[in-house]
Every structure is written in C-alpha cells, then in structure tokens.
Design a protein around this ligand. Structure first.
Ligand SMILES: Nc1ncnc2c1ncn2[C@@H]1O[C@H](COP(=O)(O)OP(=O)(O)OP(=O)(O)O)[C@@H](O)[C@H]1O
Length: 774
C-alpha cells in the first residue's frame, strides 16, 4: 500500500471511530438526563420508601434496616453516577483525539496480526469484545513505549507474551481529524517530540502520554514493593513521570486503590496548581497533594509558630546569618541526630519523662509528681505506649470521680443559670422519660441534679479530651531534657542545643527543628501511622533531609515510597551532602536514572550542564535548536535593571507568554519588581503565598521556581558575589534550567568561576561599560 493510501485508510478509521464516539456520547447524554430525573424523584420519595417507626424496639430495628438499605441503594447510585460522568468526560476527550499511536503485533506461534491503537482511555467496539482503542496503561500498550519494530514482549498477569512488532506508528489528530502520521523506531518519534517540546510554555503542565520515553516508562510502570529512587537531571521529566505513574497505578489497581490512598509531596503551593491539570486530563482524580511544611503545620501549628522552609532559606542566604544557625540546619537534618533521639527515647523507660499537673479550675486533680510515680511503677520492659494507655484510663477514672464530687459544689448552683434553653429542654425530656420508669419523683430537685450533671460534663469535656490526647505528658520539657543531656555529652553541640531550647520555650520551631521535635513527640506518645496510604511520592526529593525522609517512612509504613530528585538542584544547606541526599532508610531501593533533558534547547542544556563541571558531562540534551544563551556583565545595579528591561521587551516581542526574572532571594525579587513597576512594566511578583499561575512576566526567587518552567528566563545578578559557593552553583543551575527556549544571565561585576571557565562558543558574552558623558 502506498503512503498516501495508508494515510487515507487511517483518516477514514479516525472518522469512523469519532463518529462512533459521538453516537456513544449521544446515548450517554440521554441516559444522564434520565438519571437526573431519577435523582429528583429519589429525593422526593426518600421517606416514602423507608419505614420510620421508633416506638417499639422491634420497629426501631426495622427502621434502622430500612434506612441502611436505602442508604446503600443511594451510595450505589452515587458510584454509578460517578462512573457515568467520568465516562462522559473520557469520551469527550477521545472525541477530539481518540488515539495517538498504533502497534502491529504477531504473538509467537500465531499468524494473525493484532492491530493495537493506543489512547488516553480504552474504547470497546460494538461487539463489546474487541477494542477500537486500548488504554495507554494496558499491559499490551507497554510495547509501544518499550520496543522498536522487531522482537517484543509484554507482561500479561504472570505470563510474558513474546512476539514480533511489525509496525509502530504515531498520529497527529486534532479536533477529530487526522493531520499527520509517522512510522517510528525506538524513541517515540523525535519529530513529534520536537514539535511538542518546541511549543511555548503553559501556565499548567501538560501530560506526556503520547511521547513517554522508554526510560520514563520504566519509572511509570515500576511495581515492586521496594522504594523507588529516580535521579534525573533538570528537565528530564521526573515530575511528568511521577504524575503519569500515579495515573498508571490508579488504573492498574482500580477497584483496590483509590486516589485518596496516594500522597504527592510537592515543593511549594504554586507547584500544586501548576500540575493540577495532568491527572484529570488522564481521566483520574486528583491525589492528595501537599508540601511537607503544610504537613508539619497541620500537626504542630496549633501549639507552635513554625518557620517555613522559604524563611529558613532566606536566612541561610543572608549575609548576616549566624554560624550556630547554619550548624543547626546541618545537624538536625541527619539520621545521626534521629539515632540520638531514639537512644534517649529508649532511656525514658527508666527515667526522664516529664508530666504536667492535671488541673480543673486551678485545683490540681493529679500532680505531675503523682503521674511520674505512676509511670515509673511499671517494670522497665513495659513499653512507654502501654504505660501511657494505662495511665490514660487511670486518669480518666479519677477525673470522672472528681466530676461527681463537684455535684455538691456551691459555685455550680449559680453557674446553672449559664446553661442555655436547649439544656433545660433536654433535662426536661429526660425527666419526663424517668417518670415512666420510676414510681417516685421530686421534679425540682431531680431537674437541678440533671442540669448540674450536664453542666459538669460540659466543663470537664476539654480536660477529658486533652487527657485522651495524652497532653499530660510534657513533651516539650522532655525534649528539652534530651537537649540538655546531648549538650553535656557532646560539647560541640552545646551552642545549638541552647539555641533549640530557647526557641522551643518560646513556642517557636525553626524549619530544621520542626521534624525532629514532631518525630520525638510522635514516638514518645505513639506514632499515629497512616496505614491506608499506599503510595507516597516526593517530587524535588533532594530537598528533603534524611531525617524528614525517615519520618515519612515511619508515618506511612504501608506505602511504597517514590523519590524523584536531582542532587545538582539541592538548594538547602543540609542537602549538599551527596552521600546522604535522596536516600531512604531502606537501602533495598531500586534506583533509576534519567539523563536526557527535554525542557531546554540543546544550546541551553550544553551551556548549563557546564556549571556542574565533570558531573554535568553525563547530561544529554534533546535535539532541539535555539539561540545561544546570553551573558551580560554590567558595572552596577542600575545598568542591570535597564538590561533586564530590554531583555524582557525582546522576549515579549518574540511572542513568549511565560517569562521570568529569577532572583536568588525574595529581597532581590522585591527590589527588581518595584523597579520594573516604577518603569511601567506589567509584571507580577511570586511569593510563597502565590497559589496560582497567570501568563505574563513574573519575578520569582529561585526556590519558588522549583519544578516550574518558562519560555524565557532572565537571571538577576548572576555574579560571583552572589553565586560562587557550592550552594550558589546549585541555585544558579536551578534558575537557568527553568528556561525552555531562551536564557539570559546578567551579572553585576565578575561572573562566578564555574561560568568564566566555560568555552565562549557556548554563549554570547557581552561586557557592558558605562560611557561617562563629559
Ligand atoms: N516524554 C516526554 N514527552 C514530552 N515532553 C516531555 C517528556 N518528558 C519531559 N517532557 C517535558 O519536559 C519538561 C520538563 O519535564 P519535568 O518538569 O517533568 O522535568 P523534571 O525532571 O521534573 O524537571 P526539573 O527537575 O528541572 O524541575 C516538561 O515540559 C515536560 O512536558
């Protein structure tokens, strides 16, 4: 068949499938209309269909059964509705682009060729057996990503199916029309990828389902129970693979696992909205997405002010940072510090636990001395949690007895007046019920008693709740004891121990101190492990300290951990230690590498990879051309501002929508933002509070630009003064690798050595000097 004939044959198939989808949609919409009518009827008739009778015990049981049945019926309906609406969304997506690829496969020993079309979701034919389209996540579809034409295989259940792939084809389909197709080899069409990567940046990340690369596919479909570590260079598709992986796992384990059993930890709130479109586009629900700081805030925020990682970063980058603070950041990140905590926690069985007095209205019900005595009456072998559990029961018994004792308290009489109408009504109802059962009554006295009991219950409730939460253990003071002990045993840490003690006493936790304290408290009181979570995925995982990762492993013990990161983008002090970065405690992890960078042009990758010296040599650019990066060296701040202004104008003229001025700190960002505003530029400032992403020029500190990309980037003051350190090199590398098409670095004064060492054929260098007017 000629190429032209093949094209027309494929074109007519696309039309046929689109027509079929339209028909399906029509039927589904009619069904939805009927469903809506049913729902209205169901709401109207709800109580007609249940028997409500509570007079006799038997009737009450029947009522309960009837309500349960009706509720089950309703939730089944709900599930059905969800399925139907979901299918409608899928069909609507398929209507525009029913599939993106095809493979022809002959299974070993067979003669017939199977023709498999692959799209974002599956579509059955009229006979309900064969497929017009296979979901990209189906086992057979994996060959599309894994093999070039020739011998191929895939895993179906426990069996490996061997055979030969005779064709691999890609399609460009837009609005239900076939516009082009290519037959390809192993790498999925460089042509198509070129086209996708050459497009301008969007405010939302795109899905990469049609062009997933083989090594990315291994990550997406990794299914072993071990932790998975992905070390991928900047722009190599780590975030993309993570999101596709979530969609894949939800598909493979549908019926067993839902999206609320997965958590994606992301670097900042802005990133959450940046990736928000990918999963719905793939027909899946959003998973829980949060930052690690958000998690800590949720756990400790009602008792402590917790420093954000961004405030910590600003301090680390400031010139006036105290050495003790820098040392604290490094020490508290380590698992060695966690081991020290574990050792101390172990000794608490013998001594050291501090308790709080249990008071009600300034009267001590149980003193801390009594509590301590109770706690240490157990044998050394009895675990702490078991002792606390027994204590909790004991304290609650004492409180209940105390509560009764107060029935005669004089002050209670007067406080009855503080009760509201509903309390009086409740007491009255109870009284009425008692009339039926008792053969005596003294309404007045009994009513007061009921009211007093009610009031006491209310007054004691907060105390009882606190006891249930084990707040009678003074974890703060116990932790301070640990710090004291640590300072004595190791003189080098005296200063940081004092630093931490002072802040804890003021109910403040620096970002580096927050996880150790949370861990300490959790282990001390009993870890509230979240076993329902099956997958925890950490993007930008190089920025998590080993301590934080160990904490997450303990918090989600039933989940598989996926860590995706790039040690060259480590921007926190603690993560500069390469030995310790990106490592879960479980050393059995599978490690995969992504070395090809897809985000930036070949010119930008070839330039930025040299910031990393020998380390950068392994980074491979994708073959997409663009202009050379530009580097300006200027004499002073004002010249830099004007140079930025000019570059922004140029980038706008070129039609770029997403343009960023990336700075090292928030202070710099605010400075250049104010200047640009004064000079009538339409710009927005991105702060840690920014949750959404609009097109246009943005000024953003590098730590908030993590994970995100822009058409064109101007790096603000890339001078040796600002970036010469190891941390500086990573920050500058991270900033520069946000650029897809164009990159400019502007430096006030000398550039860092890792840039001056780069051969000048890799960039355009200009030194701009001011000519003084005479
Ligand atoms: N297989 C692919 N097909 C199409 N585009 C891809 C592919 N892989 C990556 N990309 C694109 O490359 C860019 C970078 O991807 P992504 O943000 O996932 O990389 P990353 O490794 O997380 O980057 P970084 O660590 O620098 O933040 C995105 O625009 C993404 O759409």
């Amino acid at each position: 068949m000629s190429e032209k004939e093949a094209f027309y044959q494929e074109k007519s198939r696309v039309s046929h499938v689109v027509h079929y989808i339209e028909q399906q949609l029509k039927e589904l919409n009619q069904y939805i209309k009927r469903l809506k009518g049913d729902v209205i009827d169901l709401r109207k008739d709800f109580f007609d269909d249940v028997t409500v009778n509570l007079t006799e015990a038997d009737d009450a049981i029947e009522t309960q059964a009837s309500l349960k049945q009706q509720a089950e019926f309703l939730s089944e309906r709900e599930r059905n509705h969800y399925r139907v609406y979901n299918r409608r969304d899928q069909l609507n997506r398929l209507k525009d682009k029913p599939y993106f690829g095809r493979i022809d496969f002959i299974e070993g020993g067979e003669t017939e060729t199977e023709v498999i079309y692959i799209g974002t979701s599956s579509l059955l034919k009229e006979n309900e057996e064969d497929f017009y389209v296979y979901d990209w996540r189906a086992p057979i579809s994996s060959m599309y990503y894994d093999f070039a034409p020739g011998a191929a295989h895939y895993q179906a259940l426990e069996e490996t199916v061997q055979g030969e792939m005779t064709l691999k084809r890609q399609y460009v389909i837009k609005q239900g029309e076939l516009e082009g197709m290519f037959d390809t080899g192993l790498t999925i069409g460089d042509g198509l990828l070129q086209k996708v990567l050459g497009e301008t940046a969007d405010t939302r990340m795109k899905n990469i389902v049609a062009t997933i690369q083989r090594e990315q596919n291994q990550i997406i479909r990794h299914e072993k129970r071990k932790p998975l570590i992905v070390r991928g260079v900047a722009g190599s598709g780590k975030t993309s693979a993570a999101l596709q992986r979530i969609a894949y796992l939800l598909y493979r384990h549908r019926g067993e696992m839902t999206s609320d059993q997965m958590i994606l930890f992301s670097p900042n709130p802005l990133f959450n909205s940046y990736v928000a479109r990918v999963l719905p586009e793939l027909g899946e629900n959003q998973v829980q997405q949060m930052t690690f700081y958000h998690h800590i805030e949720r756990e400790l925020g009602n008792r402590f002010v917790i420093e954000s990682p961004f405030d910590q970063m600003e301090i680390a980058l400031s010139e006036t940072v105290e050495p003790v603070r820098l040392q604290n950041m490094q020490v508290k990140a380590t698992t060695a510090y966690k081991d020290l905590i574990d050792d101390f926690l172990h000794t608490l069985k013998g001594s050291g636990m501090v308790f709080r007095n249990i008071r009600f209205r300034d009267v001590v019900i149980l003193s801390k001395v009594e509590l301590k005595k109770y706690f240490y009456q157990f044998d050394d072998e009895v675990p702490i949690q078991e002792r606390l559990e027994q204590m909790r029961r004991y304290i609650l018994r004492i409180i209940k007895a105390e509560q009764k004792r107060y029935l005669d308290a004089e002050w209670l009489e007067s406080e009855i007046e503080l009760l509201d109408l509903s309390d009086f009504q409740e007491a009255y109802k109870k009284l009425e019920a008692e009339h039926d059962q008792l053969d005596w009554f003294n309404d007045d006295e009994r009513e007061r008693e009921l009211l007093k009991t009610r009031l006491l219950k209310r007054l004691f409730k907060p105390l009882i709740q606190k006891v249930k939460r084990l707040t009678f253990v003074d974890t703060k003071k116990t932790y301070v004891r640990f710090l004291d002990q640590w300072a004595v045993t190791d003189q080098t840490y005296q200063e940081i121990a004092t630093y931490s003690k002072e802040q804890i006493r003021d109910n403040f936790l620096s970002y580096e101190d927050a996880t150790p304290f949370l861990y300490f408290e959790r282990v001390c009181l009993g870890f509230d492990e979240q076993r329902s979570i099956k997958h925890v995925i950490l993007d930008e995982a190089q920025d998590y300290s080993p301590f934080q990762i160990a904490y997450l492993e303990r918090m989600y013990p039933a989940s598989q951990l996926t860590l995706l990161g790039d040690i060259n983008q480590s921007i926190y002090l603690h993560s500069l230690n390469k030995e310790q970065t990106l490592k879960p405690e479980d050393s059995q992890a599978d490690v995969m590498e992504l070395l090809k960078s897809y985000r930036s042009t070949e010119e930008i990758v070839n330039f930025t990879k040299q910031f990393l010296g020998a380390e950068g040599e392994k980074i491979k650019p994708f073959n997409r051309k663009g202009p050379l990066p530009e580097v300006f060296e200027v004499e002073h701040q004002a010249m830099m501002n004007y140079a930025i202004f000019d570059q922004l104008t140029r980038y706008e003229k070129e039609g770029y929508q997403q343009i960023a001025v990336i700075t090292k700190t928030m202070q710099e960002a605010t400075r250049v933002y104010d200047w640009l505003k004064q000079h009538k530029r339409e710009v927005s400032l991105v702060t840690s509070e920014t949750h959404d992403f609009e097109p246009g020029i943005k000024v953003i500190p590098v730590y908030l630009a993590k994970g995100i990309e822009f058409d064109a980037v101007v790096v603000y003051d890339a001078s040796a003064d600002r970036y010469q350190t190891a941390l500086g090199r990573h920050l500058l590398y991270t900033a520069a690798t946000r650029a897809m098409h164009e990159l400019t670095l502007i430096s006030v004064g000398e550039l860092p050595r890792f840039i001056t060492a780069i051969d000048t054929t890799y960039f355009h260098y200009r030194k701009v000097i001011e000519i003084q007017k005479s």
